[in-house]
Design a protein around this ligand. Sequence first.
Ligand SMILES: Cc1cc2nc3c(=O)[nH]c(=O)nc-3n(C[C@H](O)[C@H](O)[C@H](O)COP(=O)(O)OP(=O)(O)OC[C@H]3O[C@@H](n4cnc5c(N)ncnc54)[C@H](O)[C@@H]3O)c2cc1C
Ligand code: FES
Length: 528
Amino acid sequence: MVTHQHQTERAGDKISLWEATSELGELNPLRENTRADVCVVGAGIAGLSVAYRLAVRERRSVVVLDDGLIGRGMTGRTTAHIVNALDDRFYELEKLHGEEGSRLAAKSHTAAIDFVEGVVREEKIECEFERLDGYLFEPPNEPVENLRKEFEACRRAGLPVEWVDRAPMEGFDTGPAIRFPNQAQFHPLHYLRGVASAIERAGGRIFTGTRAFDVQGGDDAHVTTRDGFTVHAQSVAVCSNTPINDRYVIHTKQSPYTTYVIGLRVPKGSVTRALFWDTAEHAGQEDTWVGMVPYHYVRLASGVGDEEILVVGGEDHKTGQADDFEARYQNLEDWTRVRFPSAQEVVFRWSGQVMEPTDGLGFIGRNPGDKPNVYIATGDSGNGITHGTIAGMLIPDLILGRGNPWATVYDPSRMSLRAGGDFAKENLNVGRQYSDYMRGGDVASADEIQPGDGAVLRHGLRKVAAYRDPSGTLHEMTAVCPHLKCIVHWNGNEKTWDCPCHGSRFDAMGHVMNGPSVHDLEPVIGSE
Ligand SMILES: Cc1cc2nc3c(=O)[nH]c(=O)nc-3n(C[C@H](O)[C@H](O)[C@H](O)COP(=O)(O)OP(=O)(O)OC[C@H]3O[C@@H](n4cnc5c(N)ncnc54)[C@H](O)[C@@H]3O)c2cc1C
Ligand code: FES
């Protein structure tokens, strides 16, 4: 059997701060058929949280499969604010899920922070876990009514928030802010390494470099890998960030957004240790941004010696629907320099993808598109660290047949009628992407593609994804996404092919890195 080649080290060309400061680990592919109580697909925060609870706390036998290395999906690209201050705003959650739903969201995310803290303590994981305050404020010259609304809604949700005159940014007056006490942050890859070790100590088996190709539910639930092996299990938890086992349903209820991060050196102590978020709305084209609020998000991380790294994110757009990444990084830098005058040079730039649910909460539970015994965790927006941890509490309860008070609010089969506007807009946006078939190529001929770059070409009626590697060799693949046949777009920032419809992403050579597709882009026969 052949173990297929794929990009395993990270989910893009740019290296995140966490990837740069942790060991890669080695691939450990599955090489035989096997059996376990539960098979988990995906070794990010969601998959490993599910596996941890089942293997370590419930003593079940668990097999985890990951296409790449542990944590090298979006958990390696996150900024790891661990919070109950949800991006999608509590006043919106109240509208969509009612006051009780909003309270359950607040409670479950608070419990997730506590769960992470408990794991860190029990397993003695050195991952710079730290409790700290978070501050939410409006951009300059914006009225504070929405902030006030959010404050009241947070109170109704049971969060102990405080209204303060300004966030503690020394060089910049933010105006009034909401203080969220007892939030947290950590180094996500160091945390996952500790969790993975605990799973293995408890007898759990983690296979990396192993792509799950097919998932079947029912009494004989099983996962088949690309290399042709089968894992039989009583239950399967698909935690592949976006489900690889669901063709339509979930993908109409969530949308992929690309978000950008920079890391700048700052002298130690020059920035208050806190999390900062504004409520900035998108200034650009409505087409590349439908339902979400691409605010700025800021934290500190360890640097070398007398410095720290200020990590600033934002500038989101729908995946595959913008190619102005230089301008977006520059916007982030400009925004930062005004607010944090002690910031020195930019030492990190990276991006990643979040799955934005149309009604603001993750989809965690039984997969509506499958036979029984198959569970999913997805739709976690910019709160995936806590959503993934909630999956680690909720999915094991469902598997073990125990009641869980959060089951309904996160139920993947829910359909919030009140989210109908965003649902329709997002799906219209997806529909529009099919007009790519009618367009010309990005460039007239492959000669225009520089080494290390890619572009979509038109060959007669066909669309071709062409990548010229650094040595000058051209590689041509079909540009048709294997999921539901949208045309992929070249992402010059991360050197990936990104699907603008449901977020499948492929490395430069066409190997799939992110679902829903499990298939690579087909090579075009006869390319150079
Ligand atoms: C730039 C950025 C900043 C963010 N900031 C925050 C933040 O501050 N706070 C927060 O809470 N959230 C944040 N998020 C969101 C959060 O990081 C993610 O939602 C979360 O890490 C997703 O975890 P996951 O386990 O679901 O997915 P992943 O970490 O992507 O894990 C999924 C795994 O599944 C594997 N996989 C995929 N397909 C297959 C297959 N077919 N077979 C086998 N394995 C497969 C992948 O290799 C991957 O390792 C941010 C995200 C980004 C991109
Ligand atoms: S991800 Fe659905 S068509 Fe590409």
